[in-house]
Design a protein around this ligand. Sequence first.
Ligand code: GAF
Length: 394
Amino acid sequence: MAEAFNVPSVAELVAEARRVYQENFGGDGPDIAVCAPGRVNLIGEHTDYNGGFVLPMALPMVTVVVGSRSTGRSCSIVTVTEGAGELRKVDFDLPTADAPLTRGQPSWANYVKGVVHHYRAQPLPGFRAVIASSVPLGGGLSSSASLEVATYTFLQQLNPDDGDKVAKALACQQAEHTHAGVPCGIMDQFVSVLGKEGHALLIDCRSLEATAVPLSDPGLVVLITNSNVRHALTGSEYPTRRRQCEEAAAVLGKSSLREATLQDLEAAKARLDDVTYRRARHVIEEIARTAQAAEALKRGAYREFGKLMVESHNSLRDHYEVSCVELDELVAVAMEVEGVFGSRMTGGGFGGCTVSLVQADAADRAMQHIKERYSGSPTFYITSPSEGARVLSL
Ligand code: GAF
């Protein structure tokens, strides 16, 4: 029998992090606890860095940070997150103009360092902290954004900033650019900060305005299937896609592909090579598809929404070329099940997860069928839209 993974609760993560804090640091702490969620994107893939629409929701899976202020300028962080690697404890001093925080090993600490660097209310005091997370690492569910946003939320308890949530998401995005070396868009950090329980967020990545779209029908579930594969291409292909989009926009004489129509693209076809043309075509169509999908969701038109999800997947596979055989297989087998409205890869691609919109009473059947037919070994998550970053009571 195929079953959904039993995600540890926020309270369980906090309890584990507190225990590890005591083990490592002793004293009275921790006196602060915060968390920030991972996300799943329902539709609108590779559109954020083109100023387009995305429709993600925050997940019940979160990264928790517990900790306390320390004396002086020293920072000590321990992670208990599964898959974080050998080095679980890191010590560094707060940065100065002469000695900024730079990237290094272990890689998980770069997200924390990046956020300390970009935090908007400097100077910060030193701190001790423990990180625990239920967001699967490398699964395309934004474990990195959840760590950045949880870290930022923790720092807000040490030295409050002005509370501007969009500026917070932007600072976390900067941290990812400078300290993790990933030129990501704004989607993941935005929804990790501003996610709303029971809602997906239609984010306009040009204006940075968001509309909450209700998604709490008890007859419906959002099923995430982790392919449990991650291809090595991820790192190099993402910046390449970004550059191709910028090149296409420049040929079209637009500031971004958000400003372009399909007519503009067709008119410029002779001046674009085939690959750049297909990249731009995906983005322009996906932006329109996402706006249409949000309208469909508002009307409860799940079949229409599902059809758009599959179109999105096919375009990511054929035009944007960020899917892989495992994700294609997962989508194909999910769509064989009666009661699955739609399915697609989610996140950056080249492995990670698919997301499917499924009639609640078909969820068991869908998991069973996928498990039997998928050539790999999947992990399932039955999820519902959750709240963005928050302070927890201890
Ligand atoms: C990754 C990035 F971090 C996001 O900004 C977004 O571009 C996504 O890939 C693709 O839609 O998650």
